[in-house]
Design a protein around this ligand. Structure first.
Ligand code: SF4
Length: 244
């Protein structure tokens, strides 16, 4: 476990909703744009915000049990909280823990929002019954440090997770991080295989300038495949707002 705190969702169609963030540490991918590098490896300690929004933290020694993390989340629970964001790192790299935690939170009547890179359909399926909202990455070529073959396999798994998620009635968000170099034909190829999801979010890499023309072109591709209502360009907002 990396950190537990309250903030506003800074990405995608749930932008601005208040959430309790539960960040697991550890992720095996090496995305060029990763903004949680401090949590790519398992951390010795988890920092827990002592009261919602206080930005005062205490350290808890890992590993934490599911019941301990559930108690931490309860400290942050309030009627204004929309959902609990289980994020990373990569939550599916700790499937037993994530399944147990999501089940506990669901049992307490909380909505569970899973953020994942979707590297494994089996692991996603294992926890899917506890998930209300899934934000699943679709990695564009050139954004993950791996061979084209491995990248293609990753995308296959991501698309399969999106399909399963959608079939199960989970509110399903496909998150596609793009940059100026993103090739339109690559997005076209991915969108051709994209299942029917609730939203495709084109998210420009934070801190990079992209031309409006490029963003419009990428948006058009997504909109043609999924419909204008469900295709959107939304930048990350938490940094712009100076939030965690
Ligand atoms: S999948 Fe997410 S956490 Fe993992 S390296 Fe990529 S951006 Fe970072």
């Amino acid at each position: 476990m990396g950190e537990i705190f309250t903030s506003l969702q800074g990405e995608g169609p749930l932008l601005g909703r208040r959430q309790v963030f539960v960040r697991l540490s550890g992720c095996s991918l090496g995305c060029s744009y990763c903004d949680t590098r401090a949590y790519l490896r398992r951390t010795e300690k988890c920092r827990l915000e002592t009261a919602p929004g206080s930005r005062t933290f205490v350290d808890l020694r890992n590993p934490l049990r599911v019941d301990m993390v559930t108690e931490c989340v309860k400290l942050h629970a309030s009627p204004e909280v929309h959902s609990v964001s289980v994020t990373g790192g990569e939550p599916l790299e700790q499937p037993g823990f994530t399944e147990g935690l999501a089940g506990e939170l669901k049992g307490l009547g909380m909505r569970v929002y899973l953020e994942t890179n979707g590297f494994s359909l089996d692991l996603f399926s294992r926890i899917s019954k506890h998930i209300d909202i899934a934000a699943i990455d679709v990695k564009m070529p050139g954004t993950v440090r791996c061979s084209r073959d491995l990248c293609d396999r990753l995308v296959e798994n991501e698309l399969a997770c999106l399909e399963r998620s959608s079939e199960l009635g989970i509110y399903t968000i496909a998150k596609v991080v793009v940059q100026q170099e993103t090739e339109e034909h690559d997005l076209e190829r991915i969108c051709c295989e994209m299942p029917s999801v609730d939203a495709i979010v084109i998210q420009p890499v934070s801190g990079q300038i992209m031309s409006e023309l490029k963003l419009l072109a990428l948006h058009s591709i997504a909109a043609r495949h999924i419909g204008a209502e469900r295709a959107m360009v939304i930048p990350q907002m938490h940094r712009a707002l100076g939030m965690m």
